[in-house]
Design a protein around this ligand. Structure first.
Ligand SMILES: [Zn+2]
Length: 130
């Protein structure tokens, strides 16, 4: 997605008081999805729904290996901040791609450990059957 300079920018103000630089949503062209006053009720609904899902998400997160929990928290925060216009979508994309690489590393390492213990068991079995 390339944002050319003629693309209309959101006129909203972020929580930190600076101007929102997000692209204005299609159609009306004055605010992004996070700042459009016409979408305030939908955002409130989404937040309520988010509250209901939060308990479930917390349980799911606790089931993750501890090293992945902090990544999950970071990604959840990034998701909310992109939605509210506090984080550039481009930064969120970089975060997603880096954390994806990190997760693949963890997965590879976990697989290697499992393979090693399986090989060890097979080795033991091979020795005892002869
Ligand atoms: Zn905005």
């Amino acid at each position: 997605m390339v944002a050319d300079s003629s693309s209309p920018r959101c006129q909203g103000i972020k929580k930190d008081g600076t101007a929102c630089q997000a692209l204005a949503s299609n159609g009306k062209g004055r605010f992004c999805l996070g700042h459009d006053p016409d979408l305030a009720e939908q955002r409130a609904q989404a937040r309520r729904k988010g509250g209901q899902n939060k308990a479930r998400a917390t349980r799911a997160r606790k089931a993750l290996p501890s090293r992945l929990q902090s990544i999950a928290e970071l990604l959840e925060r990034a998701l909310q901040e992109v939605y509210s216009g506090d984080l550039e979508p481009r930064q969120a994309t970089a975060l997603a791609s880096l954390s994806g690489a990190l997760v693949r590393l963890y997965e590879t390492s976990a697989l290697e450990q499992r393979m090693a213990s399986i090989e060890e068991v097979l080795h033991e079995l091979g020795r005892t059957s002869r």
